[in-house]
Design a protein around this ligand. Sequence first.
Ligand SMILES: [Zn+2]
Length: 387
Amino acid sequence: MIKRALAIRHLMDLLKVPGPSGGEAAVAALVSAKLIKCGCKKSWLSHDSAHKKIGGGYEVGNLIVKLPGTTKGPRRLFSGHMDTVPLCRGAVPVRRGNRIVPRTRTALGGDNRTAVSCLVTIVETLLHEKLPHPPLTFLFTVGEEVGLRGARQVKSSDLGKPAMGFNYDGGDPAAIIIGATGADRWQAEVRGISSHAGVHPEDGVSAALITSKAISEIAAKGFFGDVRKGKKTGTSNVGPMQGGEATNQVTDLMVLRGECRSHDAAFLDRITETYRSSFEAAAASVKNAAGESGSVKFNIARDYHSFEMKSDSPVVRRTQEAVKELGLEPRLVIANGGLDANWLNRKGIPTVTLGAGQHNAHTLREYADIGEYLLGCELGLSLATTI
Ligand SMILES: [Zn+2]
């Protein structure tokens, strides 16, 4: 059903357009132009106001395209993110046999233009071939790579309340992602007391010492880096650390940022809680000669929630059948990074994540597998049309 040459041309076109997180306007414009050219009415296309809620100079909100059904049935959602990582800056896609690769030392942006192009191809094929389909929504999100920021702002009502969703953000079309990790982002503001480090060190409370004790304690408890407790697993990291003004002054402020992840929401709470309590205990334990101690302000933001769908849920079963019809053997997978599907599931739209040929994302070795990309398009077409 898919016109291969056309589908590949869409992908090449879309890979050429820069679209860093927050700068997706040109991608959205190209997608809109392509969709209108293949027969979408202008009134089917709209942008939500996600960019205003995100702030930080985002150019556009999520692009939402709603196709009225030609048959009755619950609405289905297809989604993919438009933004690419900074390593894609200046990428020029070239064809090498069955792959598309970057011409020079950049990433490619197959994460996630393979998805964007796949969605365009599905719409085009539906309209050109006049295939019967229920109401469909195509969602092109912004700001995925910097913490699922577009998907977080999506309103299910703006999407027409879909009953199930198919998000594209992967390589192998036979791998069906049915769960993903959740993540917390935290910031610790460690306050000590300043004094002259050479003359009256006993009057000071060092924020550097508090920080160092806290991190050692977290590691000693087994909650730093790769975290494993029985069957529960997760990860944690201390990222940027800033503090101190002079060598002869007891450091009175350290600001640290980090993250914690786990597939298990309760365990994620436990990891982040260990960070908070360790910082608080360390702050209380460092005292000056007058018995004064330090303090910590520990802020936690849940970046996204983990999810795991049941393997017999309708959307998972339907996807497995469609993969088998393509002659592939479906595999159910849990992803270690966050996906737009984390938020879509959270918003009550049971959503699996599929592959359309992107590989080695966020590296200089990134490529798009054309065979897998075309299979991803076929898979989507089947999911958009089957009863
Ligand atoms: Zn991606």
